[in-house]
Design a protein. Structure first.
Length: 381
């Protein structure tokens, strides 16, 4: 490999789950390029927000290019950039089977094209439609040579939905900083002090967007049930990620008893400190979900994880060992799982310890980086 272009589908400085991936992709490229940053390039559809903050400040190999473009001028500019910088490898983020620009990538000398997916590529299809999709993939020779997915569920969706041959797929789960996200008994009371929640309340934490598919409504319904069923006022649900007033529809779902046990805290950093004193974490998605980093961060912090049974998401937990899995949209099942942990602190502590051990063993940043490097190396061969 001479040089590599890491092509993203989103603008620079998008933040959220993209930022840590950008740094990991850069570190992967450094290993593949013999620690020579001059051979590494990043492409974004827009850089209006400036260079990405997670990359080195002295890194300047940026190309502004939307991979979904159909403009002839963009094709020519891409060819010129790729040839001028001897780029023969592309690592694309969420790049589909076919786009018009792919033919020009190949014309410019790209020999290896890997597409990394952080979201499901497709829903599963019936046999006839799947056969058509498989044929389309075989005929699209300019597209990616290999696809990397964050979960087996996402890989299965590509194989049984989009028609990607299984031998052209690999699974590399995301990693988390298990030193930053870790248990610390000396900081267990800080979350109550920072958030102003009474010390005798056990905190269930949610971190994510407020869009319907993330299942915040399910958490609200579970809160109503728990407030009705449980006499002790020893629990609280803290939600992070809301912006402006996007949490109000969820807040309006709460009955008067539950409202004193639920707080939306907005978007904030420093969740690793807050998780160290929390009781458990919840991911109640009802629509598609991938392999959310927040789920792994919670487990690395020693928290039991309560997740809905969706492909990919359900792979973040060993049911009964590192958390509990419940049917999507089933607020009663979520409430029962919360009640079970509240009623059995030794069980909660055992599950939290096992969650931490699993996160360290399987989902560290070092493991993710090592698996990415080896997977791309195989694709290069």
């Amino acid at each position: 490999m001479k040089s590599i272009l890491i092509s993203l589908h989103c603008e620079s400085n998008t933040g959220f789950a993209i930022a840590p991936l950008e740094l990991t992709f850069y570190q992967m490229a450094m290993e593949l390029c013999g620690n020579d940053p001059a051979r590494i390039h990043f492409a974004y559809p827009s850089m209006k927000r400036g260079p990405t903050s997670t990359l080195p400040t002295n890194f300047h190999n940026y190309l502004i290019l939307d991979p979904r473009t159909s403009a002839t001028a963009d094709f020519r500019r891409a060819i010129s950039y790729l040839q001028a910088n001897q780029i023969d490898t592309i690592f694309g983020f969420d790049h589909p089977v076919s786009l018009p620009i792919y033919r020009h990538y190949r014309r410019a000398g790209v020999r290896t094209f890997v597409s990394y997916w952080g979201a499901p590529m497709s829903a599963h299809n019936n046999s006839i439609r799947l056969a058509i999709k498989r044929l389309e993939v075989l005929l699209r020779r300019d597209g990616p040579d290999h696809y990397i997915f964050e979960s087996q569920g996402m890989a299965d969706a590509a194989v049984f939905g989009r028609g990607v041959p299984p031998e052209r797929t690999s699974v590399v789960p995301v990693g988390v900083d298990t030193n930053r996200f870790r248990p610390d008994s000396t900081q267990k009371d800080r979350v109550h002090d920072i958030l102003g929640i009474p010390q005798d309340r056990k905190i269930f934490i949610y971190s994510g967007h407020m869009e319907p598919r993330k299942g915040v409504a399910v958490i609200m319904q579970a809160a109503n049930l728990l407030a009705r069923d449980r006499k002790a006022a020893d629990w609280h649900i803290a939600l992070f990620g809301n912006r402006d007033d996007d949490h109000l529809p969820h807040w309006n779902m709460l009955g008067p008893e539950a409202r004193s046990h639920v707080t939306f805290f907005g978007y904030r950093t420093g969740l690793e400190i807050l998780q160290r004193g929390s009781f458990a974490a919840i991911v109640a998605s009802t629509g598609w979900d991938s392999f959310p980093r927040s789920a792994l961060e919670a487990q690395a912090s020693g928290l039991p994880l309560l997740v809905s049974n969706l492909p990919g998401l359900n792979e973040t937990v060993e049911d009964g060992m590192t958390g509990f899995i419940f049917p999507p949209g089933d607020s009663r099942a979520l409430c029962d799982a919360m009640s079970r942990l509240l009623a059995d602190t030794p069980l909660r502590n055992q599950i939290g310890e096992q969650a931490r051990e699993r996160a360290v063993k399987k989902y560290s940043l070092d493991t993710q980086l090592r698996n990415l490097v080896s997977t791309v190396t195989r694709a290069l061969r």
